[in-house]
Design a protein around this ligand. Structure first.
Ligand code: DOR
Length: 423
């Protein structure tokens, strides 16, 4: 195990200190023999934790693998990601979640935490083997049919009841499917002008309202994926005020981009839930700042060229997110004065770790040295061709972003140094 002295780094943007990393933890004592990393001007944050990553393995290794997605995650400052279950085969058995977990260990760049499907084959007909996945080597705690909603209220109720036994959580992709049939983008004035079928805000809000009532009724934990509308924030605020055990995430793209980008007809902007209006973006930012929304989650959704570089109607929804999430969060939340570094760390590391059932990350002596070093003064322009992801569908190509990850450590070992992955 290597020993590192990270010199002159500012934890959470505060006063600079020297951080000693030894035996995989943040240590005290002698730095003799340590490799020195000059971190003057850099900010240290606990390693970021993503609640919502599509790694596409098994099944679509042409779009992403556990290895390439892990590298993209480390480059984005992440030390743990939750790998969504909509793979092929679906991660609905102990066998598949263990396979993904093992591939993550072999890649060794981030902790890959498989998400288990709620229903067999994501078909929404009967519950998957939730207990077997929880008891497996992968120790699954988050269950989601993401990409699809668990539509049947009785099944949703049963899933919420079931996960209570092992402290799990059901992460719902909130979309009332009858209201989004044929939908291509947000329902509103832009969709009307473009003549595209709209995805109404109510399709998301109706499902969240139902689910917070179910979660309150059975006293279980609900997590809401990729919240995208102002009305959803209102419902979550109401549910939390009543004491319902609900948490929620918002993606970087929903904090920054709006539905008028659909007018370009560039499918890179096609995503589910769709980009919404400026009023929704403002409400999401306010909800994230006041704690109504707990976490930022990437919904990193790599797609092969042939699935994305086609006409808008035929293109798959989804955007890359891992390598740009922190920069977009800084742009949307820090440069607007809504959150400081500590606030960002809470929403990109501590809260997602809590929701996912991982130990609390921290920059204190004795804590695992899983951390990221960020250059807050850097500005950079994402180049899809340079992405570590196997896919190219970033909406930020050619767009200047603030702040850049310089180094990432996973339990004391560097996974990124000088902005480059170490493996
Ligand atoms: O845009 C999306 N892409 N939203 C989802 O819910 C699923 C995801 C995917 O798997 O590509």
């Amino acid at each position: 195990m290597s020993t590192w002295l990270i010199k002159g780094v500012a934890p959470y943007g505060g006063d600079p200190v020297d951080l000693l990393v030894a035996d995989g933890v943040i240590a005290e004592g002698s730095a003799a023999g340590a490799q020195v990393l000059d971190a003057a001007g850099l900010v240290a944050l606990p390693g970021l934790v993503d609640l919502h990553t599509h790694l596409r393995e098994p099944g679509r290794e042409d779009a992403e693998t556990v290895q390439t997605g892990s590298r993209a995650a480390a480059l984005g400052g992440y030390t743990a990601v939750h790998a969504m279950a909509n793979t092929d085969p679906v991660a609905d058995t102990a066998g598949v979640v263990e396979q993904v977990w093992r591939l993550g260990r072999e890649a060794g760049l981030v902790d890959v935490r498989p998400v288990g499907a709620v229903t067999v084959g994501l078909r929404g007909e009967r519950l998957a083997e939730l207990g077997a996945m929880a008891d497996s080597a992968a120790r699954v705690r988050v269950f989601s049919d993401d990409g699809m909603a668990v539509h049947d209220p009785q099944l949703m109720r049963r899933a919420l009841e079931y996960v209570k036994a092992f402290g799990g959580v059901v992460a719902q992709h909130a979309e009332e499917p009858r209201l989004t049939e044929g939908a291509q983008m947000n329902e509103g004035v832009v969709a009307a002008r473009l003549g595209l079928t709209g995805w109404p805000a109510a399709a998301e809000e109706a499902m969240i309202a139902r689910d917070v009532l179910l979660a309150a009724h059975v006293g279980s934990r609900l997590h809401v994926c990729h919240v995208s509308t102002a009305g959803s924030v209102d419902i979550l605020r109401w549910a939390k005020a009543k004491g319902t055990r609900v948490t929620a995430e918002v993606t970087p793209h929903h904090l920054l981009l709006t539905d008028d980008l659909a007018a370009t007809y560039d499918p890179v902007y096609k995503v589910n839930p769709p980009l919404r209006t400026a009023q929704d973006v403002a409400a999401l930012r306010a909800g994230l700042a006041d704690g109504t929304i707990d976490a930022i989650a990437t919904d990193h959704a790599p797609h092969a060229l042939e699935d994305k570089e086609t006409e808008w109607g035929a293109a798959r929804p989804g955007m890359l997110g891992l390598e740009t999430a922190l920069s977009v969060a800084v742009l949307a939340m820090r440069e607007t004065g809504l959150l400081d570094w500590r606030g960002l760390a809470e929403r990109m590391s501590a809260a997602p770790a809590r929701i996912g059932g991982l130990p609390a990350p921290g920059l204190v002596v004795g804590a695992p040295a899983s951390l990221t070093l960020v250059d807050p003064a850097a500005r950079w322009t994402p180049d899809p061709a340079a992405s570590a992801s196997r896919s190219r569908n970033t909406p930020y190509a050619g767009r200047e972003l603030p702040a850049r990850v310089v180094a990432t450590f996973l339990r004391g070992e560097p996974t990124v140094l000088d902005g480059k992955a170490t493996r």
